[in-house]
Design a protein around this ligand. Structure first.
Ligand SMILES: Cc1cc2nc3c(=O)[nH]c(=O)nc-3n(C[C@H](O)[C@H](O)[C@H](O)COP(=O)(O)O)c2cc1C
Length: 162
């Protein structure tokens, strides 16, 4: 199975979840940021797992990105391409998909459901429902146990795929 995990992350929380999911998927799963992956690199994937933070109750956009101030500790990676742009440029394929996001526990909205719809429209049928992983503040950290949960979710994805 060719599995690719692709993510957008400003402070590293979604990146950490993506890496944990890839661990759960197994040693042959690749994990790449939107800065590292080309649109055509995933077209022949059997499984695309894609994730992003929730911003403004949905998948991050240019407008949201423009409103985030640079600097601070830790500083956001404002150069990382939007997952929204990568999904828009994704050529049609015929694999399966799974989508996740990172967000606050109390917040409505979802980036993962938007990601899931994009992937489905590109021909990658969802293999499970969108999943959310929780942060405790804008820059993180993740809530205790979320990386373990992400590893388990990755392992479940592999099993459901098999
Ligand atoms: C401009 C902005 C808007 C945000 N809006 C939401 C939101 O509507 N709901 C939510 O749960 N979290 C929101 N967040 C928090 C992000 O989900 C959080 O920064 C993200 O999970 C951190 O992941 P990262 O380190 O991978 O970027 C927002 C963050 C920013 C910077």
């Amino acid at each position: 199975m060719k599995a690719v995990v692709v993510y957008e992350s400003l402070w590293g929380n979604t990146a950490a979840v993506a890496r944990a999911i890839a661990e759960g998927l197994g040693p042959d799963a690749r994990v790449l940021s939107t800065a590292e992956i080309r649109p055509d690199e995933a077209t022949d994937a059997d499984l695309i797992v894609a994730g992003a933070p929730v911003q403004g109750f949905t998948l991050p956009s240019e407008r949201m990105r423009a409103g985030i101030r640079p600097g601070g500790h830790p500083a956001p990676d404002l150069a990382i391409p939007l997952l929204r742009s990568w999904l828009g440029a994704l050529p049609a394929g015929h694999g399966r998909s799974a989508a996740f996001d990172t967000k606050f526990r109390w917040s409505p909205g979802s980036a993962a459901s938007v990601i899931s719809n994009h992937l489905e429209m590109a021909g990658f049928a969802p293999t499970t429902k969108p999943e959310h992983f929780l942060v405790t503040g804008q820059t993180g950290p993740l809530r205790n146990g979320e990386l373990e949960r992400a590893r388990r979710w990755g392992a479940e994805l592999r099993r459901s795929f098999a």
